[in-house]
Ligand binder design. Structure first.
Ligand code: AGP
Length: 646
């Protein structure tokens, strides 16, 4: 939540920052703001720099309108150092006043923040007692005032000769030292970036429990919540570790821990380009990301077999013996990733014969789950920064469990803190509603199931290979589904005025029903619920009125016979009570036709892999209904892509 970007170099900073914010807007869009260090063209060479901040409530477009009114030669348009922020509100409503950047009392420092400073009430009381007047309701403003105090302390110590001599020659290092001192006083989760009008050509950043990456280039450097903010300028990046402070100048990147020990971040090369983060001719990122699913599924499968025919993770710090000793699997995740976990349970238990429990990450540690060194915890997260999942992972590790991350974001916190990682190679997912990330999480979950089965010796290599061959057919199957979506789009327009839509499924169709309902809720703001089809008769069937749309996910008739027939009976039950049935079934499944008011056919797939195709029409349905209702499907209200608070 909240996107942040910083730039220092030789080019005007403003355009680079605003462009970065546009790419980070998926992280929050309650307000946006920038701070630039610059000098008006008429200023004399002896005059120092000014700090110019502009911020506006609402989406980035509001800020851009305001910026467009600034004269081209003005300091904000010519300054070459700056920071920018796009906000998902936590402390304080989304107003101009609460928008970031926040200035310190003397007006010379500006700071932006992602996260929550948990001890802000105590800090604010302390600052107010010292005479500081707050102008916003945010926790961030504390940091602005504290940083000013710490910087003044550093400079006073230098004047008195009591500060380390190494700081004397560099105002930028003094600013970094002030940031370190301040961070040691903060509790909670924060990424902070600051600029100081008296420290030209420097941006200082810090991170704890919140993401921050550095982009490195010739004569200029960048800081951002994720690489998409600077991918148009450089593909060389450094991931920052926990509790680290970074100072960027045009020609250098200095990283230290909060206590001042120099350290190096992990360098990496970004293997996708700027075009991957653009809409590419689609009206919405979500439409583009739905269309990208065949390729994303193929990319996640790519290169998974070693030359000797064994499945491979991206990173594993687990030994074969540790994997063999696993006697229980827990999956922790949130939202759509949780639904992927629910599907994974069926595959993992079926293939490995290990018990597998799936938990909402936000609930996991509160119920004191039984974990030990023979428990494998699988943490699934697209962003790799979801705080609920990160805290569940940490709880698991504290209990000595092994953690394997399934993640789409290189260098993010969740994979970094895990014992093993399997990356989903979905490419950047910008739309708030998860689509290609879900399909690739499913693929990754299947691979984890097969990997465990292989390591534990419960499946022969040729059996693993057979499932992999089936998985290799799935990009083509997803492609076929996408080609037949016109009818779904027409149906969506017809359903746009419905009051409520229900979704039912059994076995792996049940999590698909949950996912279909989640998509509709978050995008169309409609009442939607997913149910296990067999559970309907225990209460929810009372919801059905004449014409209530019920989406029914039907398993393959060539899979488990009883499963298929039971779902067909459930369709008849809801139809008998007046439901308008929208049936998603395998092509050629004639048995459902008499009970389907609308039939959506998907290619035949093995039972366990069916969610890879049955989910796609539900994504299209939700996207189209939301569009028909006039909503921005990329940025639904009240939400953010990356949820870095608990
Ligand atoms: C679904 O469309 C949402 N974007 C949301 O439920 C999401 O899946 C959840 O917040 C988890 O995010 P993560 O995968 O980044 O951890």
């Amino acid at each position: 939540m909240c996107g942040i970007v910083g730039y220092v170099g030789a080019r005007p900073a403003l355009g680079i920052i605003v462009e970065g914010l546009r790419r980070l807007e998926y992280r929050g869009y309650d307000s946006a703001g920038v701070a630039v260090l610059g000098k008006d063209s008429g200023a004399s060479p002896d005059e120092g720099l000014d700090l110019i901040t502009v911020k506006r409530a609402g989406k980035l477009g509001n800020l851009e309108q305001e910026l467009a009114a600034q004269a081209p030669e003005s300091a904000i348009n010519t300054g070459t150092t700056g920071i920018g922020h796009t906000r998902w509100a936590t402390h304080g409503s989304p107003t101009d006043r609460n928008a970031h950047p926040h200035r310190s009392r003397n007006g010379r420092l500006a700071i932006i923040h992602n996260g929550i400073i948990e001890n802000f009430a105590a800090l604010r009381a302390e600052l107010e007692a010292a005479g500081v007047e707050f102008v916003s309701e945010t926790d961030t403003e504390c940091a602005a005032h504290l940083l000013e105090q710490e910087l003044a302390n550093v400079r006073a110590e230098l004047a008195a000769g009591t500060a380390p001599a190494a700081l004397a020659d560099s105002r930028a290092e003094q600013l970094a030292e002030a940031m370190r001192r301040m961070c040691r006083r903060l509790e909670g989760a924060f990424t902070l970036l600051a600029v100081d009008a008296d420290t030209p050509d420097a941006v200082v950043g810090a991170r704890r429990n919140s993401p921050l990456v550095v982009g490195r280039s010739e004569g200029e450097n960048f800081l951002a919540s994720d690489v998409s903010a600077f991918i148009a300028h450089t593909r060389e990046a450094i991931e920052l570790g926990q509790d680290q402070v970074v100072l960027i100048t045009p020609h250098a990147v200095h990283i230290t821990t909060f206590d001042g020990t120099p350290t190096e971040g992990k360098q990496f090369h970004i293997d996708w380009d700027a075009a991957a983060a653009e809409k590419g001719g689609f009206d919405y990122f979500m439409l583009k990301e739905i269309a990208e699913q065949p390729r994303a599924v193929a990319d996640t499968l790519r290169g998974r077999l070693s030359p000797t025919g064994e499945l491979m993770m991206d990173e594993t710090r687990l030994t074969e013996a540790e994997l063999r000793s696993v006697d229980k699997v827990f999956i922790v995740a949130c939202g759509t990733a949780y639904h992927a976990g629910l599907v994974a349970k069926y595959a993992i238990e079926h293939w490995t014969r290990l018990p597998c429990e799936v938990e909402l990450a936000s609930e996991f540690r509160y119920r004191d789950p039984v974990l030990d060194s023979s428990t494998l915890v699988v943490a699934i997260s697209q962003s790799g920064e979801t705080m609920d999942t990160l805290m569940a992972l940490r709880h698991a590790r504290a209990q000595k469990a092994r953690v394997l991350a399934i993640c789409n974001t290189h260098g993010s916190s969740i994979p970094r803190e895990s014992d093993a990682v399997l990356y989903t190679h979905a490419g950047p997912e910008i739309a708030v509603a998860s689509t290609k990330a879900f399909l690739t999480q499913l693929v990754a979950c299947y691979l984890v199931g097969l990997y465990l089965a292989q390591a534990r010796g419960v499946k022969f290599a040729d059996e693993v290979r057979a499932v992999l061959d089936q998985l290799q057919q799935m990009p083509g199957a997803v492609d076929q589904v996408l080609e037949t979506m016109d009818a779904v789009r027409a149906l969506a327009r017809d359903l746009a005025s419905s009051r409520s839509v229900l979704f039912i499924g059994r076995h792996v169709g049940y999590p698909v029903a949950l996912e279909g309902a989640l998509k509709l809720k978050e995008l169309a703001y409609m009442h939607a619920e997913g149910f296990a089809a067999g559970e309907l008769k225990h209460g929810p069937i009372a919801l059905i009125e004449q014409g209530t749309p019920v989406v029914c996910i039907v398993p393959s008739p060539v899979g488990k016979d009883s499963l298929h027939d039971k779902v067909v009976s459930n369709i008849q039950e809801v139809r008998a009570r007046g439901a308008r049935t929208i049936v998603i079934a395998e092509v050629g499944d004639t048995s459902v036709r008499p009970y389907a008011d609308h039939l959506i056919e998907v290619p035949a797939t093995p039972t366990l892999l069916a969610p890879l195709v049955t989910t796609v029409p539900l994504q299209v349905l939700a996207c189209e209904i939301a569009t028909a209702r006039g909503h921005d499907v990329d940025q639904p209200r009240n939400l953010a892509k990356s949820v870095t608070v608990e």
